[in-house]
Design a protein around this ligand. Structure first.
Ligand code: AMP
Length: 963
């Protein structure tokens, strides 16, 4: 395409001429007219090759007044406007002729006469137009034809602007001695040519100086891009090419032709220069492809460029989690594992409300609202509001991308079932005394998971803002004491399950304490029975009365005492005033450790256990998964730890101590003990099964795949479990991601409660100078130095777990030695923020790693902080500055190749993707974009972020990569 813009280029081609007359090639008489008779005469001579030549000669030099004419036959001009006449002749020098009179001439004249008539027998002299007087360049002194010495003159003249069919030529001799050896009449053409894929025909030149404008015709399989045009000049050359043709889609240019694209290649547009290889997941089995066809199961969206790889619909969203808050639920999930090769994943939700046993469901209708929206969600989370309390909902989250509509395969979906039925439906206030009130209630009919606890809020009527108290209990009744006599209080009750808080029971319960110390049971005027269906109320009343009368033990709140399961927190302006809780009992306080096991762990009949597969190795033997049939319930999945044969008594005690510790806990974030098998061998501990295994391995496996909210959700769970343990005065001593288990809903639970575990079980534990074996990297300095293990040292470990979680299972302090870690901590160094860590989270880690243990936050405070972050995700947007990585403990690698760089940032799995996309030098990656990463197959958002932020640091810091 270079020449057409160059509009003033002159092109040179071999000249093409067309002969109209050539006397030399005439086989017979030329048949020209000569008059008068004694003038020109036709003479045949032999040329040097002995071929006969027809010449016309005249040589009447001795006589004066010569006027001899020789006229050709009619010469058809064949459309030419300008013709050329080339004559070859010899002319005798007058001086060389002895005795010739002064009338001797050395020139002759040439004329023409235009005519449509080819058979004129006479043309008047005056009708001729003179072409020229011809003189010889070379004359000769002797006519010596016999010697074959012919000095030929050649002269060319032209006639232009011819318009009639043809013309006659005439030669006038006025007394010279001439031999006209050859007369050739011809015209010139611009030759057929192909330029810029346009063919220009051979073209007869114009008359005079005019250029002939010629339009080109596109060659086969090409089309006009801009009308092709050239000019044929008078002398037969092509000038000033303009415009061009381009090969049609499916064809590419090769020299002056368009040839079809080979199989496996395609050309979509006429303006593309060449056929290109079919993009990924497509092929073109035939020649001449204008696009490549997608492989089975892959598609191309209408707006996708033909050069883009074919893609497919995404797989289903994963790891759904729901958090119910009264009549709202936050739904979250992870992006599909397979994005189908596209970056335009969106999610849509379908909401159905279910009845009865959940089999009958109807669409939710427009009363339910989705924030930010229901369809076409870009992020993997949505808040659903305005659900009805006491209801089951089934949400289907559907993932789709730009080609989902083209695929017959149903969309990838994940279903999240949610129950909002946590309203405590019936509240009966019952006993009142001068300083206490007893309340009882009925739990939700269909709770959303096991009920973890009930929350009772109360405050003096009209004083809510100033002072309210929150009480928690796991039983269905509570005695609130320490109240003022003769004062009206307002009470509200709600339930909490694994899935979150339910709504408060409808309405507020107002109760006045008595002025006297009397018991009032079910006083019809005072007892506020709210939302009680009459029948339900009667049943409950009977239940309550039975409780009071028959079971003094469980309903021992007659003495206005707090239930042992209750936790009490008084809030003044929202701050905790008085915590109180149950305490954990160390199995060693039992004289007979077996008694501890009997007290805290349920004996399970081994015949109800089905062991299925080995999933890990514990200190005392294998850990298996299997099923447990619980009487009256369906089978549940369990983990089974067994004590290997040949154990000592002490080993058996230590093994079972884990069960007697675990059995005392009941919290959604603490691994639940189902029971033990001690009556037959092998001795076993049965716990709930955690499908995703230990947290450290799980995170490494899913590097970069969770949203920060999901990570914070996991951390919140762990903190909540630890709060529960610390409230029970249990110090864990070995809190680490490897000792957290994860279930299929991403719920994290604290595990590993054995007595000997910190000493023996944990491969991370190392002997300290004082002889104890301690997991150095996770342990607070005071615990390492003088074995001061407290909940505050657990908080330090929790900070390390936070770091492990945000860095997806990175080893704390990397490969530094234990000694170096102790030294660095002592000198004040702390782990820097992991990649993409929100500032607030790193700050919380740093708070957990305060040197002074009383300066560290309590687990309760950590839970509150994390809850706030979850409610306000915007607070997580500020990422910790990566300059925090300037910590001297941070390893820094100098890299010189793309492979080294990818290895250094732990993205080595993408080496091939980079090299096959042409990124082979470090320079080449400096300006790589997200879309390029997606194109080359790096589709996980986390990995893209990791790579791009490392690229940024390469831009600013050169080849030093912090990992
Ligand atoms: P432990 O002896 O408790 O450290 O358990 C050893 C390994 O067995 C753990 O790292 C887990 O991978 C696995 N494991 C233990 N308990 C469970 C459980 N309840 N559910 C699933 N896997 C478990």
């Amino acid at each position: 395409f270079t020449s057409y813009v160059n509009a003033h280029v002159f092109l040179f081609y071999p000249l093409l001429t067309v002969t109209l007359l050539d006397s030399m090639s005439a086989l017979a008489d030329l048949g020209w007219e000569a008059y008068p008779n004694e003038g020109w005469e036709e003479i045949s001579v032999m040329d040097e090759r002995n071929t006969p030549m027809r010449t016309y000669q005249v040589c009447n030099v001795m006589e004066a007044n010569q006027n001899n004419w020789l006229r050709t036959r009619h010469i058809s001009r064949e459309g030419a406007q300008r013709v050329y006449i080339e004559i070859k002749f010899t002319l005798r020098d007058c001086n060389s002729l002895p005795g010739v009179p002064g009338t001797c001439k050395e020139t002759f004249n040439m004329y023409y006469y235009e005519s449509n008539n080819a058979n004129l027998w006479f043309i008047k002299e005056s009708q001729y137009m003179k072409i020229d007087t011809i003189a010889a360049d070379e004359s000769f002194t002797q006519v010596d034809v016999g010697d074959r010495v012919l000095k030929l003159n050649t002269e060319v003249r032209d006639i232009s602007n011819l318009s009639k069919k043809g013309f006659y030529l005439a030669f006038q001799d006025l007394g010279a001695c001439i031999a006209l050896v050859s007369v050739r009449v011809f015209y010139k053409k611009c030759p057929l040519t192909v330029l810029n894929l346009a063919q220009f025909p051979d073209t007869i030149t114009g008359g005079d100086t005019a250029l002939v404008e010629v339009h080109g015709v596109c060659v086969n399989a090409s089309e006009e891009f801009e009308a092709p045009k050239m000019y044929c000049s008078a002398d037969g050359g092509w000038l000033v090419p303009i415009g061009r043709c381009v090969c049609k889609p499916g064809f590419e240019e090769n020299k002056d032709v368009c040839q079809p694209c080979r199989p496996g290649t395609y050309k979509a547009s006429a303006t593309d220069a060449y056929c290109t290889k079919c993009p990924l997941h497509s092929s073109s089995p035939q020649e001449q492809a204008v696009e490549c066809l997608c492989e089975k199961g892959f598609y191309r969206a209408e707006t996708d460029p033909r050069s883009m790889a074919c893609t497919r619909p995404p797989s289903a969203p994963e790891n759904p989690i729901s958090t119910v808050n009264e009549t709202c639920v936050t739904l979250e999930w992870s992006p599909p594992r397979d994005t189908g090769g596209r970056g335009d994943i969106t999610y849509s939700l379908h909401c159905r409300k279910c009845f009865g046993d959940g089999k009958k469901c109807t669409p939710c209708g427009s009363s339910v609202h989705f924030i930010p929206r229901q369809f076409g969600l870009m992020s993997a989370t949505v808040l659903v509001t305005d659900l009805q309390p006491d209801s089951n909902y089934s949400f289907t989250v559907e993932s789709q991308n730009g080609v989902s509509d083209l695929s017959p395969i149903p969309r990838g979906t994940v279903v999240i079932n949610v129950t909002t039925s946590q309203t405590v439906s019936v509240v009966l206030k019952e006993r009142r005394s001068k300083d206490s009130v007893t309340l009882a209630w009925q739990g939700p009919e269909r709770p959303n998971g096991a009920i973890v606890e009930y929350e009772v809020i109360y405050y003096e009527k009209n004083q809510r803002e100033q002072n309210y108290t929150v009480l928690k209990t796991r039983s269905n009744m509570m005695t609130v004491d320490g109240l003022k006599p003769g004062t009206t209080y307002v009470f509200r009750v709600r339930a909490r399950t694994d899935g979150g808080y339910g709504s408060y029971a409808p309405g507020e319960i107002e109760l006045e304490t008595s002025h006297e110390d009397v018991l009032a049971i079910g006083d019809p005027n005072q007892s506020t029975i709210l939302a009680v269906s009459i029948a339900g109320g009667i049943v409950l009343l009977i239940f309550l009365v039975t409780c009071f009368v028959v079971s003094g033990r469980h309903c021992g709140y007659i003495k206005a005492k707090q239930d042992p399961d209750e936790e009490k927190m008084q809030f003044q302006h929202g701050r905790v005033k008085l915590p109180g809780s149950r305490t954990y009992i160390h199995p060693h306080t039992y004289e007979d450790p077996n008694q501890a096991v009997r007290d805290f762990a349920k004996e399970i009949d081994a015949s109800n256990i089905r062991i299925e597969r080995v999933i890990g190795a514990g200190e005392f033997g294998e850990v298996c998964s299997g099923r447990l049939r619980v009487q009256g319930k369906r089978e549940i999945y369990v983990a089974i730890k067994s004590l290997k044969a040949g154990y000592s008594d002490k080993q058996r005690r230590d093994f079972l101590s884990e069960a007697s510790i675990m059995g005392q806990f009941d919290h959604p974030n603490i691994i639940r003990l189902e029971g033990v098998v001690t009556r037959c061998k092998p001795v076993m501990i049965i716990t709930e099964f955690m499908e995703n295994g230990s947290l450290d391995t799980f995170l490494k496996k899913h590097d970069g795949q969770f949203t920060v909210i999901q990570l914070v959700g996991m951390l919140r769970g762990i903190a909540s479990g630890m709060k529960y343990l610390s409230d029970m005065s249990y110090v864990h001593r070995d809190l680490a991601a490897r000792n957290i288990l994860v279930n299929s809903n991403l719920v994290c639970k604290v595990s590993d409660f054995g007595l000997s575990r910190v000493l023996e079980d944990d491969p991370e534990a190392a002997y300290t100078t004082r002889g104890g074996k301690i997991p150095i990297r996770w342990t607070a300095p005071e615990a390492i130095a003088y074995r001061k293990f407290t909940s505050a040292s657990d908080v330090w470990s929790y900070g390390i777990v936070m770091w492990e979680v945000i860095s997806y299972g990175e080893r704390p302090y990397w490969e530094m030695s234990n000694q170096d870690v102790i030294k660095a901590i002592d000198e004040g160094y702390r782990l820097p923020a992991p990649m993409d860590c929100p500032v607030v989270l790193h700050q919380l880690m740093l708070d957990c790693w305060e040197k002074g243990r009383s300066d560290r936050p309590k687990f309760g405070q950590i839970v509150t902080i994390l809850d706030k972050l979850i409610r306000n995700p915007a607070s997580l947007r500020d990422l910790a500055n990566s300059s925090a990585w300037e910590d001297p403990s941070t390893p820094e690698f100098s890299v010189s190749t793309v492979d080294e760089w990818l290895e250094a940032i732990k993205m080595g799995q993408y080496k091939d993707n980079f090299s096959s996309s042409g990124y082979v030098s470090l320079d080449s990656i400096l300006y790589i974009s997200i879309s390029e990463l997606s194109k080359m197959g790096v589709t996980l958002a986390g990995h893209q972020k990791k790579i791009l932020s490392s690229v940024q640091s390469l831009q600013t810091q050169g080849t030093h990569v912090q990992v």
